[in-house]
Design a protein around this ligand. Structure first.
Ligand SMILES: Cc1cc2nc3c(=O)[nH]c(=O)nc-3n(C[C@H](O)[C@H](O)[C@H](O)COP(=O)(O)O)c2cc1C
Length: 137
């Protein structure tokens, strides 16, 4: 998934609140993400808890825009707050169509995440990506 075009990778990070959280909802989202994201060059990570989704989308500028618009209209969650919208010279989750993380011992509360600065939100995913690299190596 890594190409020259990735020199300018757009990323969006947002937090939202699941309407009815259960594992079927999550499985459905992940199955859909893993089928569709590679087609449009999106990678990323989705953290879920009973009371939050926290997602990073990364990829080509317009693909990230379109997917974020689709996700905004999804009635399986509400109270969507964009924490960061920026560009970077590489992907954090280049080998993941959508990585899922459900059990983060370091996980902060919904309120703490919602009040993060955009740099803090990026650092959170950067840390997650590096832990993941260690796991893979
Ligand atoms: C928290 C959350 C994260 C999602 N992430 C993705 C994603 O990364 N990729 C994706 O294609 N759909 C994602 N979706 C689903 C989309 O909102 C939408 O339902 C789906 O793309 C529609 O696909 P379809 O038109 O093929 O049915 C997500 C939904 C939620 C609630």
């Amino acid at each position: 998934m890594q190409t020259v075009a990735d020199e300018k990778v757009r990323h969006v990070i947002y937090i939202s609140k699941p309407m009815h959280f259960d594992h079927l909802v999550l499985e459905n989202i992940l199955t859909k993400s893993r089928a569709k994201n590679p087609v449009v060059g999106i990678t990323g990570s989705l953290i879920y808890h009973a009371d939050l989704f926290l997602q990073m989308l990364e990829g080509p500028h317009s693909a990230v825009h379109e997917l974020y618009e689709t996700i905004l209209a999804d009635n399986r969650h509400a109270e969507i707050v964009k924490l960061r919208d920026g560009t970077f010279n590489r992907r954090l989750f280049s080998s993941w169509a959508m990585k899922n993380d459900g059990h983060q011992s370091w996980m902060l509360s919904r309120g703490e995440i919602a009040s993060m600065s955009s740099d803090e939100a990026l650092q959170l995913f950067d840390r997650l990506a590096r832990e993941n690299d260690q796991f893979l190596n």
